[in-house]
Write a protein that binds this ligand. Structure first.
Ligand SMILES: NC(=O)c1ccc[n+]([C@@H]2O[C@H](COP(=O)([O-])OP(=O)(O)OC[C@H]3O[C@@H](n4cnc5c(N)ncnc54)[C@H](OP(=O)(O)O)[C@@H]3O)[C@@H](O)[C@H]2O)c1
Length: 305
């Protein structure tokens, strides 16, 4: 399969790394339908994957003061790309966010379904929800919503790195996405050219406390942080807007024969691999690279020499 990826950021690069020769990571910054169509015609992919978007730097609070840039990147650009894909007759998988839902749903189990309407207030979440609303009306388009990516590879956008670095952490319960599983699910969706909305989150929920406990057990026993109530995040000036916390119910992946590991199992395994990656990093090795220049070990195969 030849997959053309737009968005050379955390997710685009992470997927390209796994999909290797099957992936083309585009350098193009899409400003028009023509920009996207030219690139699609140049590469003739079997499927297009949209990992481009605007999350704000250093975090989503930036989007509150930059609504036009945010809407341009998260709402307008995906629609231009979708139009180009429709013209070229190519399937599009778009990366959505589960952060369009705030709090509990009206369902008895309080979890949000794929076809529920979002209830976002912040600019970032609204811009993502607006794209979902429009894209979900189109044929040959899939929307894959993820939440709080957790990865064995250390990275600034990895929830492990984020939570471990915060001196004050809220203890909230959420649906989350293990990145290894996510990359695999995206690949299957692209292969099956699956239309519709998909909650790409591992079954079950995780409290921030669960992740930190595993971090202290497996990565850094000296780690400490203060636990604060969710309401204090904004009240103490740690964020401009409250963050989305929610549970997602994933019902549509199963219709395509796709499943993900339960979060308890996937979380521990990810933290174990993360601990090994950190050790290799300390010894001056890059992620997945061999140690000591002699090919003595790789991630998961034990300590560096
Ligand atoms: N990471 C998460 O926690 C998370 C969670 C849920 C959903 N998502 C969604 O997943 C997608 C990817 O996230 P990410 O973490 O990989 O973000 P990222 O690291 O910020 O990467 C996004 C990339 O998209 C590029 N981009 C922006 N506008 C573009 C355009 N018009 N044409 C082509 N490229 C463009 C950016 O380039 P420049 O920086 O050069 O503009 C950047 O390289 C986003 O849509 C995000 O909303 C992410």
């Amino acid at each position: 399969m030849k997959i053309l990826i737009f968005g050379k950021g955390y997710m685009g690069e992470r997927c390209a790394r796994v999909w290797a020769d099957e992936a083309i990571l585009s350098e193009v910054h899409i400003k028009s339908v023509e920009d996207a169509l030219e690139e699609i015609q140049r590469h003739q992919p079997d499927a297009v994957f949209n990992a481009a978007g605007v999350k704000g730097k250093p975090n989503v609070d930036w989007c509150e003061d930059h609504p036009f840039e945010t809407i341009q990147g998260n709402t307008l650009m995906p629609l231009l790309l979708a139009y180009a894909c429709q013209q070229a007759g190519v399937y599009l998988l778009h990366m959505g966010s589960g952060c369009i839902f705030y709090g509990d749903s009206h369902h008895e189990d309080k979890a949000w379904r794929e076809d529920d309407f979002g209830n976002p207030t912040p600019v970032y979440s609204r811009s993502k929800w607006a794209a979902d609303l429009a894209l979900s009306t189109l044929p040959n388009v899939g929307i894959a919503r993820i939440r709080m990516p957790i990865d064995w590879m250390p990275a600034p956008g990895n929830l492990i790195d984020k939570l471990a670095a915060f001196p004050k952490v809220i203890d909230v319960e959420n649906s989350v996405t293990i990145v290894d599983d996510m990359v695999d699910v995206f690949y299957q969706l692209l292969q099956k050219q699956a239309p519709g909305i998909f909650h790409v989150t591992n079954p079950g929920t995780m409290r921030h406390r669960d992740l930190i406990e595993l971090y202290e057990e497996l990565v850094d026993p000296t780690h400490t942080n203060e636990w604060i109530p969710n309401e204090e995040l904004v009240a103490k000036g740690l964020a401009t807007k409250g963050r989305s916390n929610n549970k997602l119910s994933s019902e549509n992946l199963a219709k395509f024969g796709i499943s993900m590991r339960p979060i308890e199992e996937a979380l521990r395994e990810t933290l174990e691999k993360y601990a090994a990656a950190k050790k290799e990093e300390e010894h001056g090795c890059g992620n997945g690279d061999n140690c000591c220049g002699g090919g003595c070990c790789e991630i998961g195969e034990g300590e560096c020499c």
